[in-house]
Design a protein around this ligand. Structure first.
Ligand code: MRU
Length: 329
């Protein structure tokens, strides 16, 4: 299953706002349309929006109306927390500046993300071998990454290797990425799962009914603090309280080597209508206001290990690995 692909001069996206009810493919031919699709979350998940933005840069160059800087600003202003967004944009901006084929650069970037997610699956699967119940939050599957997923990749590989596990899927208010998207992916793969309301995770963790928590990330700082979908922080704290291992799975594009710790991670605040209404139906009183942070930041001390494309790494090992990658170019 692929979340996005490029064909006949257009970026094609599975519209994630409509899933699982309707399988609608958007065909986007302009960078402005790609920016709008990212902003309104037709495409979402940090690695996937990075790839979408890379193709958005290709469309900007082909359109001829936006220069590389304006195109990068337009796409980069959509969702500030996801570090991958800026890596995708920069990758194609460099090719554009160097007079290289931008579509080839975007295709290579996409392929690298797919390959890294496959390796994340191999890195994390051994940790889940004996788990019978794994909790995940939001959607960090193929839809969020193009293929495989980050948090879902080790689960997929463990199941392929014969693990008999059930996934507890947080429904993930307000936009229900868990109950709509993660559950849809797991159902398609025949992986046993149960959707729980967000508030039930602590209950199952406290009863010893969860063997591991695996989530994705939108940005990971050098010290291992990381941003992910709102609600991740409290799952991490409750997992620690109950001695349940807590894993974070991400490709290298999610790691921000210039960000020292979680205090400098920008957190996106989205519109209040996402909280006050469900699918366009207003549930809250007319007079009520809402607040809607899309992400929270979890300190690294709550992370057991990161599942990276190059293996499982403890939070204290992240900075060294990032420096080694920078030296290797
Ligand atoms: O607001 P979203 O749906 O884009 O948030 C997505 C998440 O929080 C994911 O966990 C994260 O991007 C990692 S996806 C591999």
């Amino acid at each position: 299953m692929r979340a996005l692909w490029f064909r006949d001069g257009a970026l094609c996206l599975l519209d994630q706002r409509e899933l699982p009810g309707r399988r609608r493919v958007l065909r986007l031919r302009q960078a402005e349309e790609v920016a709008e699709a990212i902003r309104t979350m037709a495409v979402r998940g940090a690695p996937a929006i990075g790839v979408a933005a890379a193709y958005g840069m290709v469309l900007a160059q082909r359109g001829g109306r936006l220069g590389p800087d304006r195109a990068a600003d337009l796409l980069g202003s959509t969702r500030p927390t996801a570090h991958d967004l800026f890596v995708g944009i920069e990758t194609v901006r460099r090719a554009w500046a160097d007079g290289e084929e931008t579509l080839a650069a975007a295709d290579a970037y996409r392929q690298e993300i797919v390959e890294e997610c496959r390796r994340i699956g191999l890195a994390g699967a051994p940790r889940l071998r004996r788990a019978s119940t794994v909790l995940t939050h939001c959607n960090a599957g193929a839809l969020a990454t193009v293929e495989w997923g980050t948090a879902l990749a080790p689960i997929r590989v463990a199941c392929e290797r014969g693990a008999r596990l059930t996934v507890l899927v947080d429904e993930t208010r307000p936009l229900l990425q868990g109950s709509r998207l993660t559950a849809w992916e797991l159902a398609r793969d025949g992986i046993p799962h149960a959707i729980i309301v967000d508030n039930a995770a602590g209950y199952y963790l406290s009863r010893g009914e969860v063997d591991a928590v695996v989530v994705g990330a939108d940005r990971i700082a050098r010290n291992g603090d990381f941003a992910n979908k709102i609600g991740t922080y409290e799952k991490a704290v409750v997992a620690r309280e109950n001695s349940v291992p807590f894993y974070v799975a991400a490709p290298w594009s999610t790691f921000d080597a210039r960000c020292a710790d979680g205090r400098s991670i920008p957190v996106e605040e989205r519109g209040e209508e996402e909280v006050l209404s469900v699918r366009g139906v207003r549930l809250a009183p007319r007079a009520s206001r809402a607040r809607n942070p899309a992400f929270d930041v979890t300190p690294s001390r709550f992370v057991t290990e990161f599942f990276t494309p190059d293996g499982a790494v403890k939070p204290g090992g992240i900075a060294r690995l990032l420096d080694r990658r920078a030296r290797a170019g």
